[in-house]
Write a protein that binds this ligand. Structure first.
Ligand SMILES: Cc1cc2nc3c(=O)[nH]c(=O)nc-3n(C[C@H](O)[C@H](O)[C@H](O)COP(=O)(O)O)c2cc1C
Length: 216
């Protein structure tokens, strides 16, 4: 059992990274071999629409042919039993790096002959998104639909997806040092000390579940 976390945050040691580490700890506690990939350490591009993965005579059909730092990662992800993609929300979306990873990860498996039958191996997928936005604002900013769309894609391609949303996160340690007056630094710290540990526990449990027996 191999579980890979794909980290789409540029900040090591912060919210997304902490939750992904917890998820991998959980997976390891269930006996999985684990790996963290930091997308911001890699040089890679999103899909360039070469369509080589759809060529009838391509020797490795349904696999991305681009050669860069993501190539080996995509190979390991292809073999993994579970993949956890983590990203902060930037301008109401996952980060550009996380999105570029997803383009390459998903497009190779997209079946234009029959969209209902993706060419992907079955896998357990975890999505871990962190954001400033409190859940109480989700409806007014349309976040529920955005996140559900990712969950549905993952279920369509891989058959299983669980999502963990960590909201109202602490963005900096000391709010008094920044022009961040729109946020209540004391409330952020309190939430970080009380709610974020619960999110960490949920991430750990997510990792345990994803590393569980596929047939269960
Ligand atoms: C460029 C940028 C854009 C952001 N846009 C949003 C946003 O649209 N919605 C939101 O809720 N948070 C937004 N945030 C806040 C981050 O999503 C939040 O602080 C997140 O938890 C950071 O994750 P990290 O600690 O792993 O870096 C933004 C942060 C940055 C740097």
């Amino acid at each position: 059992m191999k579980v890979i976390a794909i980290n789409g945050s540029p900040r090591k040691g912060w919210n997304t990274d902490t939750l992904l580490k917890k998820a991998l700890e959980g997976a390891a506690s269930a006996g999985a071999e684990t790996e963290m990939v930091y997308l911001y350490d890699l040089k890679f591009r999103g899909c360039v629409s070469c369509l080589a993965c759809k060529l009838q005579k391509e020797p490795r059909p349904n696999r991305c042919v681009l050669r860069d730092d993501l190539t080996a990662v995509l190979d390991r992800v292809h073999e993994a039993d579970a993949v956890i993609l983590g990203s902060p929300i930037y301008f109401s979306e996952i980060t550009g790096e996380a999105r570029s990873f997803l383009e390459r990860f998903l497009f190779q498996y997209l079946n234009y002959d029959d969209y209902t039958k993706p060419l992907s191996p079955r896998k357990r997928i975890g999505l871990v998104f962190t954001m400033n936005c409190p859940e109480s604002m989700f409806d007014s900013v349309g976040y529920r639909e955005i996140f559900q769309r990712y969950e549905e894609w993952m279920k369509h391609y891989f058959g299983h997806c669980e999502m963990l949303l960590s909201t109202d996160t602490m963005q900096v340690k000391d709010y008094s040092r920044y022009h961040l007056a729109g946020w209540d630094g004391d409330a952020k710290r309190l939430r970080h000390e009380t709610v974020f540990p619960q999110d960490c526990r949920k991430a750990y449990e997510l990792g345990v579940r994803l590393a569980g027996d596929m047939d269960r």
